[in-house]
Design a protein around this ligand. Structure first.
Ligand SMILES: Nc1ncnc2c1ncn2[C@@H]1O[C@H](COP(=O)(O)OP(=O)(O)O)[C@@H](O)[C@H]1O
Ligand SMILES: [Mg+2]
Length: 353
């Protein structure tokens, strides 16, 4: 029997590189995963710094809980998470991550370094890097204030096939900025900074938890016109709350770019909702124009299945959870290619575009 046909266990780096195919597409996906960790760690201030569209460097710094020295080596290993321990936890997971794959995947396709301190002593802190085929973690002392910094250099340097798919610096930064908008729209209470090639692109103080505070944040991210020409709404029914802003017909756009829909703080691309909104504007928008909206749907986390997609851009809602008041969201039958499927199991997938 030839060597090639023998069954072998893949070395961890290769296994992680394969897994990375699911979650790490480009710098923007790295930013999303690392920032979600910073949010999960309770960060109140999150700073993101990029060089060359994120292909050369991505640095994310938070002031969250930090990771203790004993846990640091685990942070970079696959299937290691502090967020769930049992299937029960998975049922009502409130954190953004839980698969324990992101850092392992990213560190297999880049030069990743994590520096963290879980104590208040600013001279404390540890740096960890994963080395070699086995991705053995190496931990050394490194001062850091309480919180975590993750540095990702030279994304895809060791996976040329993936690197080929990266676009220009400008395009990659555009994707990062879009990921940033979604994150900053999902958490008004966090202060954000986005820097590219040493220039500050967005600096957003923590917003007051009221309509004015939220509107200031949205204006900073989507332009003042968005707020001036939209309606605020806030509706509660059958255990659901839907709130946010929908644009007046006078503020439509040529692309469907300013359309944000969050389910319990996660951004999702939902064709059912998009369809319902299109229907609502049917008689007031010209053909080819797209409405703008930032909408938040809040419901019991136990009825949302967030474990249907590795990047969690998709979630599954039980069909009945929509209740009578939101039945307007049901699509007309035969909505054609790409329309959301209402499956026989009564689940409805909100898919990313
Ligand atoms: N910024 C951070 N602050 C505190 N802990 C972190 C941070 N980033 C990662 N971690 C820890 O590392 C673990 C692994 O992260 P990750 O690979 O993204 O998996 P997941 O988020 O699915 O748990 C997390 O469960 C968490 O305990
Ligand atoms: Mg994570």
């Amino acid at each position: 029997m030839s060597e090639a046909s023998r069954i072998r266990v893949l070395d961890p780096r290769l296994a992680n590189q394969i897994a990375a195919g699911e979650v790490v597409e480009r710098p923007a996906s790295v930013v999303k995963e690392i920032v979600e960790n910073a949010i999960d760690a309770g960060g109140r201030r999150i700073e993101i710094e990029l060089e060359s569209g994120g292909t050369r460097l991505i640095r994310v710094r938070d002031d969250g809980s930090g990771i203790g020295e004993e846990d640091l080596p685990l942070a970079l290993s696959r299937h290691a998470t502090s967020k769930i321990a049992s299937l029960d936890d998975l049922e009502d997971v409130a954190s953004l991550g839980f698969r324990g794959e992101a850092l392992a995947s990213i560190s297999a396709v880049s030069r990743l370094e994590l520096i963290s301190n879980a104590a208040d002593d600013p001279t404390g802190g540890w740096r960890v890097v994963a080395e070699g085929r086995e991705m053995a973690p190496r931990v050394t002392p490194a001062p850091h204030p309480r919180g975590t910094s993750v540095l990702v250099r030279d994304l895809f340097f060791n996976t040329p096939a993936r690197r080929k798919f990266l676009r220009t610096e400008k395009t990659e930064f555009g994707h990062v900025e879009e990921a940033f908008r979604r994150l900053a729209l999902s958490r008004f209470d966090i202060a954000w900074l986005l820097r590219h090639n040493q220039k500050v692109v967005h600096q957003l103080p923590a917003a007051a938890d009221d309509q004015r505070g939220h509107e200031r944040r949205i204006a900073a991210l989507l332009g003042k016109r968005f707020i001036d020409e939209s309606l605020h709404l806030d509706i509660e029914a059958s255990g659901l709350r839907l709130w946010g802003w929908v644009g007046l017909p006078t503020h439509s756009r040529a692309q469907a770019d300013q359309q944000y829909f969050f389910v319990n703080g996660r951004v999702v691309r939902d064709r059912l909702v998009a369809h319902a909104i299109r229907q609502a504007y049917r008689d007031v928008l010209f053909h080819g124009r797209h409405p703008v909206f930032v909408l938040y749907l809040e419901l019991d986390p136990r009825v949302v299945d967030v474990n249907v997609h590795p990047t969690k851009h998709e979630v599954a809602l039980p069909r009945r959870a929509s209740g009578p008041r939101l039945s307007v969201l049901e699509p007309a039958s035969g909505t054609g290619r790409g329309a959301t499927q209402l499956s026989g199991r009564g689940r409805h997938r909100c898919a990313s575009a």
